[in-house]
Write a protein that binds this ligand. Structure first.
Ligand code: KG4
Ligand code: ZN
Length: 365
């Protein structure tokens, strides 16, 4: 069976639309995927002056762009609207105003085409590219049939983004149990907040990574060390990053002598910024590694580790996790940050052998 889906993502600060074709076998397994269009427009520039996403700005920006981006995706996919079998859209979690733009637009489209509207959970969707695609480089890999991944289960899945940290156990693609979540700030959020304290741009993760790398190259790695929230008996899998962020703030206050008020990083030398970024990144990644180690100790039957989410673009993260003596699968870097391809793939993963008929998350018009 061949299915064609248009997917929309607007939960935070990316307006994204993709068109995907997929082949399914008689058991309902996806065997091949062809991404016909993958349009992602980031709002980073609109939010950068504020050091974080401003919900009202995000919603208005989505509204201004969603129609044109959808048109571009359909033109690049070179398909007629009548060839679409379903529309998938991020239903949550996310910023309510931003979500409403995508959901209402998708609903209107599905209604006008009289095809199903499929709701997708954004955090689940982050994992879909790791479950399905071996690689995807948008400039080379559009309009090509990709064989899907062969995953050995049970698998452990770690999704690390700006809004969420989830550690889950997957007995199969459909059977997922969440083991741990963020108790306060998510890992990516901590990267962004620490970046702001260091006077770096938003989103801060990539800037922290660059500074940390420079510290390593300069042999500047021992000056600071931040606590990596240890796990305990009751809490072996959950994540907490607010403590590290506060520790970084305290160090900057001590280094700059600024006892009260806002910290902007402007009084720190570049060497200090590099050392702090390095120590923070180490502590942040150590906590992720520690929770994964706990899960592997407790569930020795795990065959595969799947890693996804915006923070999974970090090369140090990839290096540390590659050392685990299991099959470790990272989502393709181009599909780690928010995008609509992951939304379409998740809608496809949730479909059964009847395609988009009897889909558990569909609304039919
Ligand atoms: O998955 P994502 O695009 O959006 C959410 O669903 O939250 O993740 C964005 C997060 C931001 O916090 C950003 O700073 C972080 O991913 N990030 C990184 C890197 N690239 C993006 N964090 C660390 N190192 C990176 N290279
Ligand atoms: Zn996300």
């Amino acid at each position: 069976m061949q299915l064609t889906i248009l997917s929309i993502e607007s939960s935070c600060d990316e307006t994204a639309v993709s068109v995907i074709k997929a082949l399914k076998d008689d058991q309902g397994n996806i065997t091949k995927i062809n991404i016909l269009a993958h349009e992602v427009e980031s709002q980073n520039e609109s939010h950068a002056p504020f050091g974080g996403v401003v919900p009202e700005v995000a919603a208005r920006d989505h509204l201004a762009k969603i129609y044109d981006i959808t048109n571009t995706a359909l033109t690049k996919a070179k398909i007629k609207n009548s060839e679409l079998n379903a529309i998938a859209v991020t239903m949550g979690p996310g910023l309510i105003g931003a979500l409403m733009v995508g959901v209402l637009f998708a609903r209107g489209l599905a209604l006008s085409l009289q095809i199903p509207l499929i709701s997708v959970n954004h955090v689940d969707a982050h994992l879909a590219p790791a479950l399905l695609l071996k690689k995807f480089i948008p400039k080379n890999d559009l309009n090509i049939w990709h064989e899907t991944q062969k995953i050995s289960f049970p698998a452990l899945a770690l999704t690390v983004s700006g809004g969420h940290c989830h550690l889950s156990l997957l007995k199969s693609i459909q059977e997922k149990t969440i083991l741990g979540k963020s108790l306060d700030d998510a890992c990516g959020e901590a990267f962004d907040k620490v970046a702001k304290l260091l006077g770096l741009n938003y989103p801060g993760g990539p800037f922290i990574e660059v500074l940390a790398k420079e510290a390593e190259l300069n042999g500047n790695t021992n000056e600071f060390s931040f606590p990596s929230k240890p796990s305990n008996k009751e809490n072996r899998y959950h994540f907490s990053y607010s403590g590290i962020k506060t520790a970084v703030m305290e160090v900057i206050r001590k280094e700059t002598g600024i006892k009260k008020g806002k910290i902007t990083g402007k009084d720190l030398s570049i060497e200090k910024k590099q050392s702090i970024a390095y120590a923070f990144q180490q502590a942040a990644l150590k906590q992720l590694f520690d929770r994964v180690e706990n899960a592997l100790k407790d569930n020795p039957e795990i065959q595969t580790i799947l890693i996804a989410g915006g923070v999974a673009q970090n090369l140090k993260f990839r290096e540390i996790f590659s050392s685990i003596n299991k099959q470790v699968i990272f989502a393709p870097p181009s599909l780690c940050s928010d995008n609509a391809t992951m939304i379409g793939l998740q809608a496809l993963l949730n479909s059964n052998q009847n395609g988009f008929n009897d889909h558990p998350y569909a609304k039919y018009f």
